[in-house]
Ligand binder design. Structure first.
Ligand code: PLP
Length: 380
């Protein structure tokens, strides 16, 4: 079956007891046991809950994986995935990744004895150069944040498998609709379901998907023991989001492509970062591992931070906010917001300049969005 059919039907058959077409919200902490010697499949909602189980099996299926696990946030999912490592192990991660992932590596993993080295996100050679004898995980986020660089999942997974290294991919920007890292050889996929999977800016959540039984059992154990599980209501919102993921992603991409092309020829714009543009340095690789280019784009303005401030202040439809992947278009300054904790030198080394503006392209009409951006650009 195709993606959109699975998203609507799999793991979500009508409720056997009532016929309810949507999966009920099992808002209960505990379940009656049969007797002292027998417990049912569900007995306590931190360990397992039917609404969460429906979400977990749907997520696994859409990533073409065997097992899915849902978490209370994206960072909770990412932290859980890294717990398969042990003190002394080493991670090689792309450097252009979500700031919260770097926080996990530096503030949680490093004091615990797991070091991370950061490679240039777009360079397979650089990832390989960073590998040490104790490297046990390569962490990829592709397309990257905020530069939309592409890491070669297939090439790195092949090399990593020869060396007994796990490959984990943060697939938040593409969603499983445009990219399925397990099919490309990765061991683990992680998501902030807060973004495209939820899709409506109304829920915080995360997920881990793998086809490896052993990895699944260890991460599942951490999920139950660590306890960062999502509420049944949040799982229901995510199940609802998943049903329209295909149509939303297609529209996000259509709007983003329209705007990327329009912005590329605007005189105030120095550069547009969007993997769908032929001018993107890894456009060809993106086409090989993704079935679409997504709804995120970043622009660098010729006028630096003052120009970025004017653009951000001048837009009426684009909302100044930190998240992404929702129906409404958002605008953000990586230098002042997501990467604001870094020094200017650290940001420059990552290739992030003060004149960059990140856009999460929503589902409004593309002409309206272009007019809004061009009106604001005219004030620079
Ligand atoms: C938002 C985000 C995260 C963190 O997810 P939360 O749901 O905010 O905890 C991780 N990776 C990427 C790429 C993100 O955009």
């Amino acid at each position: 079956m195709h993606f959109e059919t699975l998203a609507i039907h799999d793991g979500q058959a009508p409720d056997p007891q009532t016929g309810s077409v949507t999966v009920p919200i099992f808002q209960t902490s505990t379940f009656e046991r049969e007797d002292l010697d027998h417990r049912r499949e569900f007995f306590y909602s931190r360990v397992a809950n039917p609404t969460r189980s429906a979400l977990e099996s749907t997520l696994a299926l859409l990533e073409n994986g065997k097992h899915g696990l849902a978490f209370a946030s994206g960072v909770a999912a990412m932290n859980a995935a890294m717990q398969v490592l042990k003190p002394g192990d080493h991670i090689v991660a792309g450097c252009d990744i979500y700031g919260g992932t770097i926080r996990i590596c530096e503030q949680l993993m490093r004091p615990w004895g797991v070091e991370t080295t950061y490679a240039a996100s777009e360079s397979t050679e650089d990832y390989l150069a960073c590998i040490r004898p104790e490297t046990r995980m390569i962490w990829l986020e592709t397309p990257s944040n905020p530069l939309l660089q592409i890491s070669d999942i297939r090439a790195l997974s092949a090399i990593a498998r020869e060396r007994n290294i796990l490959v984990a991919v943060d697939n938040t920007f593409s969603s499983p609709y445009f990219q399925r890292p397990l099919d490309l050889g990765a061991h683990i996929v992680v998501h902030s379901t807060t973004k495209y999977i939820g899709g409506h800016s109304d829920v915080i959540g995360g997920a881990v998907v793998t086809s490896d039984d052993n990895l699944h059992h260890r991460i599942r154990n951490y999920q139950a023991a660590g306890g960062a599980v999502p509420a049944p209501w949040d799982c229901w919102l995510l199940l609802r989001g998943l049903k329209t993921l295909k149509v939303r992603m297609e529209e996000h991409q259509k709007n983003a492509m329209h705007l990327a092309l329009a912005l590329e020829s605007h005189p105030a714009v120095e550069r547009v970062f969007y993997p769908g543009l032929p001018s993107h340095p890894q456009h060809e690789l993106a086409g090989l591992q993704m079935s679409g280019y997504g709804g995120m784009l970043t622009i660098a303005l010729k006028g630096g931070l003052p120009a970025a401030r004017k653009l951000i202040a001048g837009t009426k439809l684009f909302i100044l906010a930190d998240s992404l992947g929702g129906v409404e278009s958002l605008i953000a300054s990586p230098a002042k917001m997501t990467l604001g904790a870094l020094t200017e030198e650290q940001r420059r080394r990552r290739g992030c300049t003060d004149g960059m503006v990140r856009l999460s392209i929503g589902l409004e009409n593309a002409e309206d969005l272009q007019e809004d951006l061009f009106n604001a650009l005219a004030t620079i």
